[in-house]
Design a protein around this ligand. Structure first.
Ligand SMILES: Nc1ncnc2c1ncn2[C@@H]1O[C@H](COP(=O)(O)OP(=O)(O)OP(=O)(O)O)[C@@H](O)[C@H]1O
Ligand SMILES: [Mg+2]
Length: 261
């Protein structure tokens, strides 16, 4: 990718449902970056992530992947979808497909058609191992036979199995126990550092996000309230940023349901 071209660029993104959600979001994520997006619940973090590959279409504004607007043509959107792996907040597995079939869905159709079944099977196996699941045990299971945390990790395996250059993580560690939270954080770091994957991580885990990410932003009332380094975020004198950090720390200490979904 040419120097200076953002890997993901949101420009003046607007989206309203029955009320305005995004009211002009401008954000650039650079190649190889690990970027954390924070913000209060219901503020539009998941909506913004979904606009990246047009799962939700903005009312106004533009989204580009590696310098090309996803709205330029159907082909541009397909190309963007092939480059991006998506970890959904609620795992979003297909109930009637087993784990093997769900994970294999993460491999682009074009690649599936030309690669041998054994290669697909190996990739699925490796992706499950990377998220700390025992392939032999989980492969034949249906999502309904798995715990919430296991479903979440199957969703991550599906996002990474096609070796995408860009990963969107929507609350990847929410609902996981400490061991698996640490494993997923290590995985995000490893993919970014070793394989040069660009990661945009939406998380309520402020401490985790500040620790592993290069830059962070906070979304509030439809716009980016803050964008900068983890140190700048910690030292921010913006009362809204401080209040958010304090409130999140308090909720964490009390282990309120938001952190246990
Ligand atoms: N498909 C949709 N149709 C209608 N409203 C929607 C849709 N998706 C999201 N919304 C609304 O947009 C707002 C932002 O939702 P979003 O899921 O992006 O919040 P969030 O910041 O991800 O919150 P959380 O931290 O709880 O996950 C909410 O008011 C939500 O009800
Ligand atoms: Mg969300």
């Amino acid at each position: 990718m040419a120097d200076g071209v953002a890997t993901i660029a949101y420009r003046n993104v607007h989206k309203a449902f029955d009320h305005p959600v995004l009211s002009g979001v401008d954000l650039e994520i650079h190649e190889g970056e690990m970027f954390a997006l924070f913000g209060p619940s219901g503020t539009g973090k998941s909506v913004l992530l979904k606009t990246t590959i047009d799962l939700i279409t903005p009312d106004m504004g533009d989204v580009s992947i590696e310098g090309r607007s996803i709205f330029q043509s159907r082909e541009a959107l397909d190309e963007a979808r092939e480059k991006v792996g998506y970890v959904f907040q609620n795992a979003a597995l297909f109930d009637s497909l087993n784990v093997y079939e769900n994970v294999a869905m993460g491999i682009p159709e074009k690649v599936l058609e030309r690669q041998k079944r054994a290669v697909t099977a190996r990739k699925v196996w490796e992706a499950l191992e990377l998220v700390n699941l025992e392939p032999r045990v989980v492969l034949p299971k249906l999502p309904s036979e798995l715990s919430g945390g296991m479903r979440k990790r199957v969703g991550i395996a599906r996002a990474i199995v096609g070796r995408p250059r860009i990963l969107l993580w929507d609350e990847p560690t929410t609902g996981l126990d400490p061991v698996n939270t640490a494993a997923v954080e290590r995985l995000i770091v490893r993919l970014s550092r070793e394989l040069d994957v660009t990661s945009l991580v939406v998380t309520h885990d402020i401490e985790g996000g500040l620790e592993i990410c290069d830059r962070v932003a906070m979304l509030d009332s439809g716009r980016l309230r803050f964008c900068g380094s983890p140190d700048e975020f910690r030292d921010s004198s913006d009362p809204l940023v401080q209040a958010f950090v304090d409130r999140t720390a308090a909720e964490r200490a009390l282990d309120l349901p938001e952190f246990a979904t």
